[in-house]
Design a protein around this ligand. Structure first.
Ligand SMILES: [Zn+2]
Length: 285
């Protein structure tokens, strides 16, 4: 149960990050693949990343992403998406595992740079360092590192092995997914599973099991998928984050989908893969 965003064979070339001259030289080398990135968008055509070398803006910052099967990949930041840029959310499911790993890393790193421009200690503008894997404060010399925020996503089942689907108030009508939430400081992911399920749908769970993980750079999450068996079937949605929930059986699910009364999370998400693993096969939208 590993979605494409978790499978790529990307060598992150960590030992090259301190060599700014090597990164500059590699970016000039036509055999290097330049990944165009702008916010959550990447330069791509259909399900394929395209080399953005010929469109490179003057002030592009270079982020060393790594090597895939011997080809160095460097991301170049664009101040605004040009025609040809596509949202990673939109095309992620169509990318190969390797390209998804590259695009996910580029988007995650770029989003961090965009939102962490100043030193949290003294407020001075920081500068990019280590091929994009750090920012340094010229005033107090502090280093700052890209962050990723762990979040749990839960396949909740009852004693009849039905699945609990939940709907957030902010989602489009009929869109349902799994219960999810951030791991809090001082908490294990398993504790976060129990807390989030209790908070959002009022159920206690036993037997929490890890299923798999997926980087989710919107903007900086690492999704950890778990299964959890509910101790009861009567749920109570919190009415704030979760507006509605329902138990579904494997026999009910296809007809709900066919009838249009249920829309599933995107194919690119671990929520979809976890749900399909419970179901036993891929599901049509
Ligand atoms: Zn500072």
């Amino acid at each position: 149960m590993l979605p494409e965003l978790a499978l790529g064979r990307l060598d992150r070339l960590a030992l090259r990050r301190s060599d700014g001259r090597w990164i500059q030289r590699s970016a000039q080398d036509p055999s290097t693949f330049i990944v165009g990135v702008s916010g959550g968008d990447v330069f791509a055509d259909q399900g394929l990343l395209c080399d953005a070398r010929t469109h490179l803006p003057e002030a592009a910052e270079l982020l060393l992403i790594g090597s895939v099967q011997g080809t160095t990949h460097i991301a170049a930041t664009f101040p605004a998406p040009l025609p040809g840029f596509r949202s990673l959310r939109e095309i992620g499911a169509a990318l190969s595992a390797d390209q998804a790993a590259v695009a996910t890393t580029a988007v995650a790193l770029h989003q961090w740079h965009r939102t962490h421009t100043h030193c949290p200690r003294c407020g001075t503008a920081t500068v990019l360092a280590m091929g994009g894997w750090e920012r340094h404060c010229p005033q107090d010399g502090s280093s700052h590192f890209p962050r990723t925020d762990p979040a749990v996503i839960v396949v909740i089942t009852d004693s009849a092995d039905r699945l609990l689907l939940a709907r957030q108030a902010v989602w489009a009508p009929h869109r349902f997914s799994l219960v999810a939430g951030y791991v809090e400081p001082g908490e294990t992911p398993e504790q976060a599973v129990a807390r989030e399920v209790l908070e959002e749908v009022g159920l206690e769970v036993g037997q929490v099991e890890y299923l798999g993980s997926q980087p989710w750079p919107f903007p900086a999450s690492l999704m950890l998928a778990y299964s959890a068996r509910a101790r009861a079937t009567d749920f109570e949605v919190d009415g704030r984050e979760i507006e509605e929930a329902m138990w579904v059986s494997r026999t009910e699910l296809p007809s709900l989908l066919a009838g249009g009364t249920l829309l599933l999370p995107s194919r690119v998400s671990i929520a979809r893969r976890a749900l399909e693993q419970w179901f036993g096969s891929a599901l049509e939208d």
